[in-house]
Design a protein around this ligand. Structure first.
Ligand SMILES: *Cc1c(COP(=O)(O)O)cnc(C)c1O
Length: 378
């Protein structure tokens, strides 16, 4: 039975597959934690991971969290924001939910059809006297128009918090992505390019020292080092077992990204130039992490809609993902509150996009097979 189970699993190709160190490497890194019995609350491995990530991400400061979602929520809380936050509906549920759960109002800005990030040309018209911040997302690792967003934010005195969950390790003209805006939030979820099983981080500059101290308080119930409780915090501390996974995975990150690049380039080779399929375009100056492989299906030209393509793939045991679909402003829980028709570009892209399986050990022959199923409609 065990064998059968295993076999069935291997026949399917899921959109992603977590990268792992060898169990020996993990156990070796874990040994001192086991011996010390210090399992969480900013332990030795937590601190080691912080330092290692600071260097790798080329950022000044970093705080670690239980997950990327808490990183976003606690950033909003630590800046003590009130009012409206301009954001994108073309994202994972987390981004919008974080804003709402902090008692803030998301105001949705449409995206640009080239890289699916927030269209800065539409931000100004959404700014009111209640606007306090902009929360853009580096979608699929495509980097937002950081300069234009920065200019607008400065002009109106707004905070900029990037959802950088898709942008781990990326840099723009050599500058770490986490250094743009006032803060950048990363996710280290098991499905991401780099993971700590569950985990997340906020990166910020040296001028945001008070913000960093508040983040630290908030993730530990607001309990200050003097045994005072200074803020209404929560529990969002990254434990030592997760930090150890992070230390191991970070050792192999260059290889992880290189292998993803090979897979991604194989898709490019097979799919580019096919009328009706739109592939992502490289952005000038960007060092990519190859986290996702999104393609757009234009039914009129290609003959297959995104939904039809997804169905054909799944009939062949290949599970691509409609990511992001629907846009967050079309979620059931927001019905009657937000109107997806206000962001028509995001709506259209969300109906055309499919992210294809992409992980480091996806064999290139499987990439060829996936592409041939798409091209030959079965
Ligand atoms: C994964 C993800 C998050 C949430 O991160 P978790 O670690 O799963 O909480 C937020 N935003 C985006 C865009 C993501 O992809």
């Amino acid at each position: 039975m065990n064998n059968n189970k295993k076999k069935n699993k291997e026949e399917k190709i899921l959109v992603t597959r977590s990268s792992m160190p060898s169990i020996e490497e993990y156990m070796e890194e874990l040994r001192s934690v086991w011996d010390s019995r210090y399992l969480t609350n900013m332990g030795v491995k937590h601190e080691e991971l912080k330092e290692a990530l600071k260097a790798y991400l080329k950022v000044d400061n970093i705080e670690l969290f239980t997950n990327g979602h808490n990183a976003i929520e606690l950033s909003l809380q630590a800046f003590a924001l009130k009012g409206e936050v301009i954001t994108t509906p073309f994202t994972f549920a987390s981004t919008t939910h974080a804003i709402v759960r902090c008692g803030l109002k998301p105001v949705f800005c449409d995206i640009n059809p080239k890289d699916y990030t927030m269209d800065p040309g539409r931000i100004r018209e959404l700014i009111t006297d209640r606007t306090c911040a902009i929360l853009p997302v580096h979608v699929y690792g495509n980097i937002c128009r950081v300069d234009e967003i920065d200019r607008i934010a400065k002009e109106y005195g707004l905070k900029v918090i990037y959802d950088a969950a898709h942008a781990f390790g990326e840099s723009l003209d050599g500058r770490g992505i986490g250094t743009f805006g006032d803060a950048s939030c990363y996710s280290f979820h098991a499905t991401k390019v780099f993971h700590t099983i569950e985990g997340g981080a906020v990166c910020f500059g040296n001028r945001e020292k008070a913000f960093g101290e508040m983040l630290y308080l908030l993730k530990d119930f607001g309990i200050s080092r003097e045994n005072n409780v200074e803020a209404v915090g929560t529990n969002a501390k990254l434990n030592e077992f997760c930090a150890v996974m992070g230390l191991c995975n970070l050792r192999h990150i260059a290889e992880e990204i290189a292998r993803r690049k090979k897979v991604s380039e194989r898709y490019d080779r097979n799919l580019q130039g096919i009328p009706g399929l739109t592939l992502r375009k490289a952005q000038p100056g960007l060092t990519m992490n190859y986290g996702y492989y999104p393609i757009l299906f234009n039914k009129e030209i290609f003959g297959l809609s995104r939904d039809e393509a997804a169905e054909i793939l799944s009939a062949n045991g290949i599970f691509a993902r409609k990511y992001f679909y629907p846009t967050t402003n079309a979620f059931d829980c927001y019905r009657g509150i937000f109107d997806p028709a206000e962001t028509p570009v995001a709506k259209q892209i969300s109906e055309q996009v499919l992210t294809l399986p992409l992980f480091a050990d996806l064999p290139l022959e499987e990439v060829d097979r996936i592409c041939s199923i798409i091209i030959n409609r079965g």
